[in-house]
Design a binder for this molecule. Structure first.
Ligand SMILES: [Zn+2]
Length: 89
């Protein structure tokens, strides 16, 4: 199972075999250091991807990608501002 998101307190997963979306209701999963622990196991109807634990780091890496996308933009902006200030004085 692949981690997608947590929405309204429910955990959204995607089967890594067939891509089907699964929703694990509040109380059927617990946060852990590696991601989420599922109890009971989530079994896809394709029978292929039973999972007792899910790596929930997708959210964090998504945030990092966003950060690295905006960082050059911020640097560029600060250079433009500096250039504008320099041309005034
Ligand atoms: Zn499946």
């Amino acid at each position: 199972m692949k981690y997608i998101a947590v929405t309204n307190g429910n955990l959204e997963l995607e089967c890594s075999s067939c891509g089907m979306k699964h929703i694990v209701l509040k109380g059927n999963f617990a946060e852990a250091s590696f991601g989420y622990e599922l109890s009971p196991k989530v079994l896809c109807s394709c029978g292929d991807d039973a999972a007792a634990r899910v790596d929930g780091k997708a959210k964090r890496s998504g945030f990092l990608i966003l950060f690295f996308l905006f960082l050059p933009l911020l640097l560029l902006l600060s250079q433009i501002i500096r250039a504008l200030l320099g041309s005034i004085s």
